[in-house]
Design a protein around this ligand. Structure first.
Ligand code: ADP
Ligand SMILES: Cc1cn([C@H]2C[C@H](O)[C@@H](COP(=O)(O)O)O2)c(=O)[nH]c1=O
Ligand code: ZN
Length: 198
């Protein structure tokens, strides 16, 4: 079991900082984002949540977890738009950050430099195991990185990557259990070997 630390200092001191939550699909990234943002709301901090407007998987407006927990959000087309909505805000949450342009890293830096706590969530790797969009550079500049893990659906170990189970070569393909399964490194390698021998 992964027990998340309460991060009391990060939650209460109003200094700007960047927190990244990354991992494969089904690893609990969105649940953890919602948990941190709800606690900030209880602390009467002003919170604003963004997601890329292409992410219409469960809802156009809300950030929704695989367990159907949700929180209202503002869909935006580009990272620069985030800056337009963040005056008078204490905490900014960003979900599905892998889909944003590379400018997101600088936007997060600017927000943190202006005293805002930024919590960014995204897939560390795409279905090929390649680092996804601005997530690697966000990890580099973050004050804190939390890597969460799903359970490998083949063997029960900790999962490492999201394996795509349908034939489609596009990097961006919205989906969930019909299209992806979380696998450990060993089971992922076996799955790729099986696919290439077909
Ligand atoms: N193989 C799995 N391993 C872990 N959790 C899973 C798995 N399949 C489904 N889940 C569910 O997914 C939830 C996490 O959803 P969510 O926070 O939306 O994940 P993420 O944003 O990382 O895709 C878990 O609480 C669990 O109920
Ligand atoms: C691996 C991978 C995933 N996607 C898509 C599939 C989902 O719509 C999101 C990830 O959502 P989650 O909250 O992390 O479960 O990303 C993709 O487009 N390309 C990929 O390689
Ligand atoms: Zn496995």
């Amino acid at each position: 079991m992964v027990v998340f630390s309460e991060g009391h200092k990060a939650e209460t001191c109003r200094k700007g900082r960047i927190e990244v939550i990354c991992g494969s699909m089904f690893s609990g990234k969105t649940e953890e984002l919602i948990r941190r943002l709800k606690r900030a709301t209880f602390a009467r901090q002003r919170v604003e949540i963004f997601k890329p407007s292409i992410d219409v998987r469960y809802s156009e407006e809300k950030v929704v977890s695989h367990d159907n927990n949700s929180i209202p959000s503002t869909p935006v087309d580009s990272s620069a738009s985030i800056l337009l909505f963040t005056s008078e805000i204490d905490v900014v949450g960003i979900d599905e950050a892998q889909f944003f342009d590379e400018g997101l890293t600088e936007v997060c830096n600017e927000l943190a430099n202006n005293g805002i706590r930024v919590i960014v969530v995204g897939l560390d790797m795409d279905y090929k195991g390649i680092p996804f969009g601005p997530i690697p550079s966000l990890c580099a500049i973050a004050d804190e990185v939390t890597k969460v893990h799903a359970i490998c659906v083949k063997c029960g170990d900790l999962a490492y990557v999201s394996h795509r189970t349908v034939h489609n070569d596009k990097r961006v393909l919205l989906g969930e259990k019909e299209e992806y399964e979380p696998l450990c490194r060993n089971c992922y390698r076996k799955a790729l070997e099986k696919e290439s021998s077909k």
